[in-house]
Design a protein around this ligand. Structure first.
Ligand code: GDP
Ligand code: MG
Length: 684
């Protein structure tokens, strides 16, 4: 069944860990009747959290995207993991969703991870509504968090609801419900039905003045976005709910404002109005700009595709999940129509792929569909070569969409299989895991028989290790994780490498000239050349040399670690009368590569992380003392609510086991978040 574009919402819920994302999701699924019982995080019964029960019920697929209906709209809820090790997964999700619900804790406010995900959402131009959760908690501060959203995130938050009975300026009499400033109603939620019934009533008399003041403030903030509304307010004429919703919607979709709602997911307060806000204020696929891409000819003009079923098909694979029917490729369709049992093109790999089956995934069931249209998300079974980030398109009208950026891995672990049978199994399993998780790398070292796996952090590799040992039952020895090092050059250098040899009477001769220059781009070494020739043999030689140098730079410098922060240029040399053989060229290139690194001098780099520790005042001294021992550079401290937040830059190599350490230093009261910052000089 085709879904009406205007009634679709592709959204994600994004949050700092523990803000209540899972609880909010669980309530949404329940109220929209996508699930039949309400799970609780604290009892381990939620639909979305990764646990064995979930696997047994066969709904891990949920972790990518689940569909439910709310009033007039179909919502595709795309999962965005909360832990920072999975930041790349958040990026992947943001790339394909049209709108976001950002959940904040009313007590903790804007935390480090909220800031990170907020910036990512900015980068992908994702319109948002904010939900301030946990208003039942002592110390909840709705207005304080709104202020932080403005100051720390540089956003333009507009409260469209007020909490009743929670936090200052009220005396805390217990959080009871919310005032809807758009409809000017008081909303409460019956706890007997687990909040399923929303009761609309008049705003309590003692709060009416305050409600009018905040409504007035909301309206005034919207003057900038609608003359019609401004005139009505200035004339003191009534503003209809329809007009107000339209102005709020337009400004939200254009990312000029962030409507702020509030509630307590635990106590079943505020979820249905949040779903209404998704319908009213977040964009449909028709409201977002057309996607851009490249044609197959390099340097050709940019192509665009409107979100219309009448355009040629294009879509992006954003997640792959292993499934008993075959790998399920989650595809966001940007234009046209994708039909089951058809052939599509993967333009990046120049491969035709089978689009065999299409599925819409509900929370606890799935439905096979004959086709899906622009704006929708489907699970596709059939492709063999496509991975996350790949474009699929109509082979008659190719377009290559921008892929998804994945950050470098920062941590590695070696694993050794017990037998050659296990080695084969391990190889296959790792291949599968790599297909599903683009931030995970695995490489076998043929000399040592070890396989090195790399990922985004300790937790990431821990999850993979558990999968290998527990889910796949592999007999492998797993070593301790260590950080991934890189190598860089200290200065620029230019050398000529040579191959002068006699092999069986023939002369092997070649010269290769290289220049290396340090850079500060925090990227892998860029290999390039400006050397160009019309003559095919020379052109082939240049191509061979560039490829060999790229492999060399990725394979490792003098210490065996990938070259970083540098550029390597192949310079032109006059060719001798007899064309050098391939072997001679390779030997000369290797010689030049070693020489140029020796001449420039190399240094080791290690991953440096950005760290934020939130701790109660009384443990601040211990936390900072411990950080100093870990070679952390403290970049700032600030008071936030009841806690002190310490910002620092610290080498990842010193941070193994930090979650345990920080817990014991603070009797479990401090929390932290850490993300990759850059590669910096290593002291090892
Ligand atoms: P996530 O990490 O963002 O997915 O957060 P969870 O939904 O797992 O919630 C983290 C913790 O906060 C759990 O113990 C929840 O029971 C609790 N929690 C979630 N929402 C609320 C709320 O509205 N009020 C209170 N007091 N606790 C909540
Ligand atoms: Mg969660």
């Amino acid at each position: 069944m085709a879904r009406n574009l205007h009634n679709l919402r592709n959204i994600g819920i994004i949050a700092h860990i523990d803000a209540g994302k899972t609880t909010v999701t669980e309530r949404m699924l329940f109220y929209t009747k996508a699930t039949h019982r309400m799970g609780e995080v604290d009892k381990g019964t939620t639909t979305t959290d990764f646990d064995q029960e979930e696997q047994e019920r066969g709904i891990t697929i949920y972790s990518a995207c689940v569909t439910f209906n709310w009033k007039d709209v179909v919502v595709n809820l795309i999962d965005t993991p909360g832990h920072v090790d999975f930041t790349a997964e958040v990026e992947r999700s943001l790339r394909v969703l049209d709108g976001g619900v950002v959940v904040f804790s009313a007590r903790e406010g804007v935390e480090a991870q909220s800031e990170t995900v907020w910036r990512q959402a900015d980068k992908y131009l994702v319109p948002r509504v904010a939900f301030i959760n946990k208003l039942d908690r002592e110390g909840a501060d709705f207005y304080g968090v709104v202020d932080e959203i403005r100051k720390r995130l540089g956003a333009n938050p507009i409260p469209i609801q007020l909490p009743v009975g929670a936090g200052p300026p009220h005396i805390e009499s217990g959080f009871r419900g919310v005032i809807d400033l758009v409809g000017m109603k008081y909303l409460t939620f019956t706890s007997e039905s687990q909040g399923a019934d929303v009761v609309e009533s008049e705003i309590p008399a003692e709060l009416i003045d305050e409600a009018h003041m905040w409504r007035r403030e909301m309206l005034e903030k919207l003057f900038d976005y609608s003359n019609e509304l401004a005139e009505l307010v200035l004339e003191e004429s009534p503003v209809s709910t329809e007009l107000l919703r339209k102005v709020l919607r337009d400004a939200t979709v254009q990312r000029l404002i962030v409507p702020v709602l509030c509630g307590s997911a635990r106590d079943y307060i505020g979820i249905q109005p949040l779903l209404d806000a998704v319908q009213y204020y977040l964009p449909s696929p028709a409201d977002v700009p057309p996607v851009e891409g490249q044609g197959l000819k390099k340097g050709g003009p940019k192509l665009i595709r409107k979100p219309s079923p009448d355009e040629p098909f294009c879509g992006l694979v954003f997640k792959i999940v292993a499934d008993k029917h075959g790998d399920l490729h989650y595809v966001r369709i940007y234009s046209g129509e994708l039909k089951a049992n058809s052939r599509v093109l993967n333009p990046g790999k120049d491969k035709k792929e089978n689009a065999a089956q299409l599925w819409h995934i509900q929370a606890d069931r799935r439905e096979q569909v004959p086709s899906a249209e622009a704006g929708d998300i489907v699970g596709l079974i059939g492709p063999r070569s496509s991975v996350t980030g790949d474009t699929l398109c109509d082979s008659h009208d190719p377009i290559l969409l921008e892929s998804i950026d994945f950050p470098e891995t920062v941590i590695s672990m070696s694993i050794e299989p017990d037998s050659s049978l296990e080695r084969k199994k391990l190889g296959e399993t790792l291949e599968m895991l790599k297909r599903q998780d683009p931030t995970f790398r695995a490489q076998e070292n043929e000399e040592t028989g070890q396989t090195i796996i790399s990922g985004m952090g300790e937790l990431h590799l821990e999850v993979i290790k558990n999968k290998l040992l527990r889910d796949f039952n592999l007999k492998v020895r797993v070593h301790k994780p260590r950080v991934s090092y890189k190598e860089t050059v200290l200065s620029a250098a230019e050398v000529v490498g040579k191959c002068v040899r006699q092999v069986g009477g023939a002369n092997l001769f070649a010269e290769v000239k290289l220049r290396i220059t340090p850079r500060q781009d925090d990227k892998a070494c860029q290999v390039f050349t400006a050397w160009y020739s019309e003559e095919p043999p020379i052109r082939n030689a240049i191509e061979l040399l560039v490829t060999a140098l790229k492999e060399g730079a990725a394979g490792g410098g003098l210490q065996g670690f990938p070259l970083w922060n540098s550029s390597l240029e192949l310079l032109e040399v006059p060719f001798p009368e007899i064309m050098p053989s391939e072997v001679a060229l390779r030997i000369a290139a290797a010689d030049a590569f070693t020489k140029v690194l020796q001449e420039a001098g190399v240094a080791m780099l290690e991953p440096v992380m950005k760290l934020e520790v939130t701790t109660p005042e009384e443990h601040l001294g211990d936390v900072v003392g411990d950080l100093q021992q870990r070679r952390a550079v403290i970049t700032g401290t600030q008071i936030r609510g009841h806690s002190t937040v310490v910002g620092a830059e610290v080498p990842l190599g010193k941070m193994f086991g930090y979650s345990m350490a920080v817990r014991s230093l603070s009797q479990g009261r401090a929390g932290f978040s850490m993300e990759f910052l850059r590669y910096g000089p290593s002291s090892n």
